[in-house]
Design a binder for this molecule. Structure first.
Ligand code: ARG
Length: 586
């Protein structure tokens, strides 16, 4: 199936072709002047250029042919040659019945399954997760859901930073302090002990990092320790494993609380063994060259309009770099999963890094032509002052604390709205959690990915405005309406009955595949937010302007209940693509 606009494009495209004009100029889209028409086609102007004729004349010929088609209720020409179209209610009702009968709600699926590896984690072990990890997780997990729905086999990889010098710093410090034994004794099944270790790591790391900055000898110690970890020397490696396992427990909890899922819990360490052979191969084929003691891959091109520095594989001190690991990770992913796409949801500020890695990968044929590599970057989450989000004291906000704040606020909102009067404590907690997740995710995802946005907890937890809680509230309202009507909302056998009050909602309900496709194609979930929000608002007007439960005309009542049910399904589905769960009631 497809959206209604796509279906009309095929019809109008065929009319263009019949006039010896390019069929693809017959694209029809939803009109931006709904007061004038439901749909529009602007192709006559471009066709006029091709045919070297007057656009109005071309439009006249096209309209004459289109009028032979009985599915249009109104066709006219505006301005220089815009074709305005309305469809008949019968045609609309039939399309809508097909959408309702389709378990995929009209959204098409890949003809052949393809694998997509999605990289949207990246937290470093031994450090607490903070708000900087939020956007990658929210946007990436949404795309995982969207791409799965589209028929991809998706593999979300957390790709944690577990192999860098920060681990050398920490482990050398524990050994110096004679605390290796104590750390090894920690029971990972004991939550308190794990928390204690994470706390300790949070304190120790900034101290060692500062010491290494000031003192070259201390820095060398840390570097030596890093090499020892990477060479798997027993004491070092065992400490590394312990710290990693403890960190992963914390990470899993954080992501679970945020309802973000990963399929692969891999880290940079997992590609260690791919690095040496990859580097040897790049050297042998002359892609990698020595440069002042370092090993680099030059990636600049003649047509670059900005400086693209070489990708550095080894520093002059022999340490591997961030780019080396990312390149080796491509080697690994291609080998293990044969993906058609690898998409990185990482801060836009790392764009140059990915440009370098992708170029090196392309040049050397590490990812073949058929593998699409994309950096889907995003902007910053700012505080109400417009600067990167911080705690009140000016520090980095921990993700866990942010979640707790959001849940507290959600609970308060639920109380204010007196929504929980007959809820058990458990149900209230569950609803508060769902409201908090919806608030945080919808506030993030509604922005075009590249833009920064302001995280304002007060505003984004409100039940009014373009917020997650408002979306939940609308979905739940429809659910309870259907419950009250004791109706499933099946499409009546005589089909939808469309009056003036029903038509805007009916038309909108045919647009979902367009929003889905735009989000999928550009890795931009805001198209789905936009659609869902419009749907919630249009439903609200519909609900306010016509009788549903009290409608006396049975056929009309059944049709309206079916519109309600379809709206509810679409809202829930759209929200599920955003990683937002709707409670049964609220
Ligand atoms: N650990 C990295 C950081 O803290 C982010 C990793 C993002 N993913 C990637 N494949 N490079 O900046």
């Amino acid at each position: 199936m497809s959206s209604l606009a796509e279906k009309l494009s095929t019809i109008v495209g065929a009319v263009f072709a019949a006039q010896d004009l390019p069929a693809d100029l017959g694209v029809v889209r939803v009109s931006d002047r709904p007061d004038l028409a439901q749909f529009q086609c602007n192709g006559a102007m471009a066709a006029a250029k091709v045919a070297q004729k007057n656009p109005r004349e071309i439009a006249n010929d096209l309209v004459a042919r289109l009028k032979e088609n009985g599915d249009f209720a109104k066709i006219d020409i505006a301005g220089p040659g815009f074709i305005n179209l309305d469809i008949t209610d019968d045609y609309l009702a039939a399309h809508l019945a097909a959408v309702a009968a389709d378990e995929r709600l009209g959204v098409s699926t890949l003809e052949q399954e393809q694998t997509a590896v999605l990289d949207y984690g990246g937290p470093n072990i031994a450090k607490p997760m903070h708000v900087g990890h939020l956007r990658a997780a929210i946007i990436g997990d949404s795309l995982r859901r969207i791409m799965s729905f589209a028929g991809y086999k998706t593999l979300g990889d957390v790709h944690m930073g577990d192999w860098g010098t920060h681990m050398g710093m920490i482990i050398s410090e524990y050994i110096k302090q004679g605390r290796a034994g104590e750390i090894m004794q920690i029971d990972l099944a004991d939550d308190m002990a794990v928390d204690g270790l994470m706390q300790d790591l949070g304190e120790i790391y900034p101290k060692v990092a500062a010491a290494c900055k000031e003192d070259d000898a201390r820095k060398r110690e840390a570097q030596d320790a890093t090499v020892k970890i990477q060479n798997k020397e027993p004491q070092y490696f065992a400490l590394w494993q312990k710290i990693k396992e403890a960190s992963v427990i914390g990470m899993r909890n954080n992501y679970a609380r945020l309802k973000v899922h990963f399929d692969l819990w891999k880290g940079e360490a997992d590609v260690h063994d791919y690095i040496a052979p990859m580097v040897d191969d790049l050297k042998a084929r002359n892609f990698a060259v020595e440069d002042q003691g370092a090993l680099i891959v030059p990636v600049k091109r003649n047509d670059d309009n900005k400086e693209v520095p070489p990708l550095m594989l080894y520093k002059s001190d022999g340490g591997v770099m961030y780019g080396t690991t990312d390149l080796a990770t491509i080697v690994e992913r291609v080998k293990l999963y044969s993906p058609a796409k690898i998409v990185y949801f990482v801060d836009q500020r790392q764009h140059l890094h990915f440009e370098q890695v992708f170029r090196a990968s392309r040049m050397a044929g590490i990812a073949g032509e058929s593998v699409e590599l994309t950096h889907a970057g995003f902007g910053t989450m700012n505080g109400p002052d417009g600067k990167p989000f911080k705690t009140r004291a000016g520090g980095v906000m921990r993700l866990d604390d942010l979640m707790s704040m959001a849940i507290d606020k959600a609970r308060q909102r639920i109380d204010e709205a007196a929504l929980a009067q007959d809820m058990t404590d458990d149900e209230k907690e569950d609803v508060a959690h769902k409201v908090a997740v919806a608030a945080i995710k919808f506030a993030d995802l509604q922005n075009q990915r590249h833009s920064d946005y302001i995280f304002d907890l007060d505003r984004l937890t409100s039940f009014e405005g373009k917020t997650g809680p408002y979306m939940l509230y609308q979905a739940v309202r429809i659910k309870s309406l259907l419950k009250k009507a004791e109706a499933q909302g099946d499409v009546p056998s005589a089909g939808f009955v469309l009056r003036d009050e029903d038509r805007p909602l009916a038309l909108l309900l045919t647009e979902m595949p367009d929003a889905f496709d735009a989000a999928l194609r550009h890795y931009m979930p805001h198209h789905i937010c936009e659609y869902a929000y419009k749907l919630a608002n249009t439903f609200s007007s519909f609900y306010g302007s016509c009788h549903i439960l009290s409608e006396e005309d049975e056929a009309l009542k059944a049709s309206r209940l079916a519109l309600c049910a379809l709206t509810c399904r679409q809202l829930e589905t759209a929200l599920s693509w955003l990683g937002i769960d709707v409670p049964e009631r609220m």
